[in-house]
Ligand binder design. Structure first.
Ligand SMILES: [Zn+2]
Length: 148
């Protein structure tokens, strides 16, 4: 069977991510490319470092967990990913680069995006001192299923 040829799309999230690395003088190494493919190629994703490690392993590639953590940190710094801190032991990385909030179902360990226009925060943001700028508002709503 013929392999379907994927046309090169310079605007795919994967290609945009690689472009961003290059524009910050970060070399798109094989490891960074493998991780970028998993993170950005198939639409928006929520993934932990351990799950990413597992996906790399399934593709029969080897990238250490330490490298994965470092790369995730680097991608967050570049604005390619958003770290959603669930608690001190758990972070989920989100590749949706549109402004949004999160709904986290604790007992199912599931995270869902909430479009930012679904939450009205205007009335509750405390006054910001004149010398400071509001940079970001992050909201995680944590819920549990009813029988837990
Ligand atoms: Zn998200």
């Amino acid at each position: 069977m013929l392999k379907k040829i994927q046309p090169f799309n310079p605007l795919s999230n994967y290609n945009l991510a690689i472009k961003k690395l290059k524009s910050h003088n970060i070399r798109p190494t094989k490891q960074r490319m493998v991780l970028s493919k998993i993170l950005f190629e198939k639409g928006n994703k929520h993934i932990t470092a351990e799950e990413l490690y597992e996906e790399v392993r399934k593709q029969e590639r080897k990238i250490s967990l330490a490298t994965i953590y470092n790369t995730l940190k680097q991608f967050c710094k570049l604005g390619l990913l958003k770290e959603v801190i669930i608690d001190q032991n758990k972070s989920i990385y989100c590749s949706n680069n549109k402004q949004h909030y999160h709904l986290y179902i604790e007992d199912e360990n599931k995270i869902i995006d909430i479009p930012h226009n679904k939450i009205n925060i205007d009335f509750n943001v405390p006054e910001i001192p004149a010398c400071l700028n509001l940079h970001n508002v992050d909201i995680i709503i944590k819920i549990k299923t009813k029988n837990n």
